[in-house]
Design a protein around this ligand. Structure first.
Ligand code: 3EB
Length: 307
C-alpha cells in the first residue's frame, strides 16, 4: 500500500504519460516504494499490455535534495525505471518523459536543476550501456521530453517495447548528446526521434522539439518565429528518416505542446491548427522548457505516409 500522502502526487504523475502511450499498457499498475541511497524515497509503478510496458518513478520532495543527492537520485531512478521495464518484459525504452521540479533553480555555479539532472541521466546511460562514452550510448538512446512543472516532485517515465527503436537525428540540430559544455558539464542524453514498431505499425516518436538550430536557441522573445522554427525542425527530422517508411508533417497523429506562458495558449492553438493536420489530437500542456528563452516545445507521434 502507498502512503496516503504520496497518492495525490502519483495520480498527478500518471497524467504525464500521454494517453496514446498509456493505452498501450492498460493493466492495473503495480506499485512499490524503494529507498534511495541518500534517504529519499521513490514510488515505482509499472503497467503493461500485450505489446508494451510503462514504468514510472516518482520522487516526492525532490526539490529539497542537494545537487549531489539530486544527481545520484536521477541516476538511481533511471536504473529503477529500466529494471521496471525489464520486469514487465518490455526491456527496451523507446520514449521517456521527465518532469522536473524547479527546473531553472540555481543549484551552484552555472548549474540549474536541469543541468544537474543531465549529470545524473548521463551517469545512468553510461552505466546502462558501458563505459564507452557517447559512442556506446547513442545507438540505443530513447526519444525524450524533459520539462519543468509546478510540483516539488521528480517524475521519470518510460515506454518500453520488446525491441529497441531506431534513433533518428536532425541535420539542422547538433545531436543533444554531442552538445558542447556551453549547455552544461554533461549533455542531455536523448535521440531527436526514434522509429518504433507499435501495434498499429511503425511510428516516428519525435522528442520534445524547440527553436534550437545547431545547439543554440534562436528567435528569443518571438513566439511566432520560435513556433515556425520548431515546426521546421520536426519537418526536417521526419524527412531524415532512412529506411522503408517515409514520414512527413501530414502524418502527425498526436502532438503535445509545452508552453511556459499561459497567455500564449490562444496564439499557439490558432497557429498550430493551421499547420498541423486536422485529424491530429493536440494537447496543450503548461510547463517550463529547459532553457528560459524557449517559449514552446512540441513532441509528436507520426504515422508513415502511404508510398
Ligand atoms: C533541446 O536540447 C532542449 O533533456 O530530455 C527536448 C527534448 C529538450 C528532450 C531532454 C530536452 C530534452 O532540444 C529541449
Amino acid at each position: 500500500m502507498l502512503d496516503v500522502d504520496v497518492e495525490p502526487v502519483v495520480s498527478l504523475a500518471r497524467a504525464i504519460v500521454p494517453s496514446w502511450a498509456r493505452e498501450l499498457a492498460p493493466s492495473v499498475p503495480e506499485s512499490r516504494v524503494v529507498g534511495l541511497s541518500d534517504g529519499a524515497c521513490v514510488v515505482l509503478e509499472s503497467s503493461r499490455g500485450t505489446d508494451a510496458g510503462v514504468a514510472m518513478a516518482v520522487v516526492p520532495c525532490a526539490s529539497r535534495l542537494s545537487p549531489s543527492s539530486f544527481r545520484s537520485c536521477v541516476a538511481e531512478v533511471y536504473a529503477l525505471v529500466r529494471e521496471g521495464l525489464r520486469e514487465c518484459g518490455f526491456a527496451s525504452p523507446v520514449r521517456m518523459w521527465n518532469f522536473l521540479p524547479g527546473i531553472h533553480d540555481c543549484m551552484g555555479h552555472e548549474l540549474d536543476r536541469y543541468r544537474v539532472f543531465n549529470l545524473g541521466r548521463y551517469d545512468a546511460f553510461a552505466g546502462w550501456f558501458g563505459v564507452g562514452g557517447p559512442e556506446a550510448i547513442v545507438p540505443v538512446l530513447p526519444a525524450a521530453s524533459a520539462v519543468g512543472h509546478q510540483g516539488d516532485f521528480l517524475v521519470v517515465t518510460a515506454l518500453g517495447l520488446k525491441a529497441p527503436g531506431s534513433p533518428v537525428e536532425n541535420p539542422r540540430q547538433t545531436p543533444a548528446f554531442a552538445y558542447s559544455t556551453a549547455h552544461g558539464p554533461r549533455p542531455p542524453c536523448f535521440a531527436r526521434a526514434t522509429v518504433a514498431q507499435l501495434p498499429a505499425g511503425p511510428r516516428l516518436l519525435v522528442s520534445g522539439t524547440a527553436s534550437i538550430r545547431g545547439e543554440d536557441s534562436v528567435h528569443a522573445g518571438s513566439l511566432p518565429r520560435q513556433l515556425a522554427e520548431t515546426i521546421e525542425n520536426i519537418e526536417r527530422l521526419a524527412q531524415s528518416v532512412l529506411g522503408q517508411e517515409r514520414f512527413e508533417l501530414s502524418g502527425i497523429e498526436s502532438a503535445r505542446v509545452y508552453f511556459p506562458r499561459s497567455s500564449d495558449r490562444g496564439l499557439l492553438a490558432s497557429s498550430l491548427s493551421a499547420r498541423l493536420p486536422q485529424t491530429a489530437s493536440v494537447e496543450f500542456f503548461p510547463a517550463w522548457i529547459c532553457r528560459r528563452e524557449l517559449l514552446v516545445e512540441i513532441e509528436a507521434t507520426l504515422a508513415p505516409s502511404a508510398c
